[in-house]
Ligand binder design. Structure first.
Ligand code: PLP
Length: 412
């Protein structure tokens, strides 16, 4: 075993069983070092929306790096490419008067949004509004605020109390959100963090009417609504750029990352509605938000993001991800006939999960799938993740479902 310490891994086990080493990709396919190909069911970690092996994204990065790879964006410094990306993202986001704060990834975006929510109330003369509410099964990244808000208990264990003033409510219960706000005191709650479709917690599309109701409750109590769209953003929800658009959420903040560059370089963003940004932009108010990262708005990443958005538009990939939503619903439905499958969750964009009746079998299914030349991973409690690149054809989707069926049959 070499020196690499894998994230999210039992390194004792990886040391014994070995690593799964990949070296190139093409569309929905990835290739190991023996050039054996695997159907990439997950688009990496839900990010390769335009598929792998896009030379023009590498070229966009190279062009920018040859001019000016990176600089500072603190204070009044900027590089034009980053400014252009902010305008483009603001124009795509379903938020009035959007302002875009760049980060280096999803966890950065979540922690930025958590601090921004608290700081917003501070600027409005309500500094006691500090409580951040999240949901069971939620995954909001691995920085301190995101970990403190985790709705997957294992992700919070072993660190002591990371952040005061957080609360977790049941995934589908709008009533519990209301009761929790009432119990804590509406004047103490800063924000509600919500993945419109739960991702890493198991892929749970929203229960009928749930999002409309929690949005209404937040508005009623003046609680900021933060849509964590790290997974659902940039077309993954199918047909729309953001789940906030599809479900008509009008959020106060959107956190995003992943699909903004299709993962070709690390980049994230917090998109703030104009009404939330306003206290920070007021001339003469002297509000200096002391927050940001060395790589906020990294120009090479911004150049890749701009080209990635060009590809999504030019190849009508939002329409394709909507098509893929129906294809996945259709192709995966037959898996429910298998005795080891409890349910298939699909129907919210290019996102799905196959839930096993016996959750402990899921890691074995992932291994059996590799033998069938399919790459995926476990999400939630004993489900496997399906979130392919939007360029997946109907034949490839059929191959994916056939591969899962064959691997399930191998397990028995
Ligand atoms: N928020 C959500 C909803 C995510 O799914 C993720 C990552 O999967 C994150 C935040 C964290 O993003 P990153 O891993 O880029 O830090």
């Amino acid at each position: 075993m070499g020196a690499f310490w894998h994230p999210f891994a039992d390194m004792g086990e990886v040391s014994e069983s070995g690593e799964f080493v990949l070296h190139r990709g093409d569309g929905v396919w990835v290739f190991d070092e023996n050039d054996r190909r695997y159907l990439d069911a997950t688009a990496g970690l839900w990010f390769a929306n335009v598929g792998h092996g896009r030379r023009e994204l590498a070229e966009a990065a190279a062009e920018q790096m040859k001019k000016l790879a990176a600089y500072s964006s603190f204070g009044d410094f900027a590089v034009r490419t980053t400014l252009d990306l902010a305008e483009r993202v603001a124009s795509l986001a379903p938020l009035a008067g959007a302002k875009v704060f760049f980060t280096s990834g999803g966890s950065d975006s979540v922690d930025t949004a958590a601090k921004l929510a608290r700081r917003y109330w501070h600027e409005l003369g309500q500094p006691q509004r500090t409580v951040l509410v999240s949901r069971t099964n939620a995954y909001h990244g691995m920085h301190v605020a995101g970990t403190a808000m985790a709705g997957i208990p294992g992700n919070r264990e072993g660190y002591g109390e990371l952040m005061p003033d957080t609360a977790v409510v049941s995934r589908d219960s709008a009533e519990e959100l209301r009761a929790t706000i009432e119990r804590i005191g509406p004047d103490r709650v800063a924000a509600f963090f919500c993945e419109p479709v739960i991702g890493a917690g198991g892929v749970y599309p929203p229960a009928e009417g749930y999002l409309t109701e929690v949005r209404r409750i937040c508005r009623e109590y003046g609680v900021l609504f933060v849509a964590d769209e790290v997974v659902t953003g940039f077309g993954r929800i199918g047909g729309d750029w953001f789940a906030s658009g599809r479900y008509n959420l009008d959020p106060d903040l959107i956190t995003c990352a992943k699909g903004i560059t299709s993962g070709y370089l690390p980049l994230g963003a917090v998109i703030a509605a104009g009404r939330v940004a306003e206290p920070f932009f007021r001339p003469g108010a002297g509000v200096w938000w002391r927050h940001g990262y060395t790589y906020s708005g990294h120009p090479a990443a911004a150049a890749v993001a701009l080209r990635n958005l060009d590809i999504l538009e030019r190849e009508h990939l939002l329409t394709e991800s909507k098509r893929l939503e129906s294809t996945l619903v259709r192709e995966l439905a037959r898996l429910t006939e298998h005795s080891l499958v409890a349910e298939v969750r699909a129907g919210a964009g290019a996102l799905a999960a196959v839930q096993l009746t016996e959750p402990t079998l899921a890691p074995n299914l992932v291994k059996a799938l590799r033998k069938q030349a399919v790459s995926t991973r476990v999400v939630g409690a004993g489900a496997i993740q399906i979130s392919p690149a939007f360029v997946m054809s109907d034949d490839e989707a059929r191959l994916l479902a056939d591969g899962i069926w064959a691997a399930l049959t191998d397990l028995r």
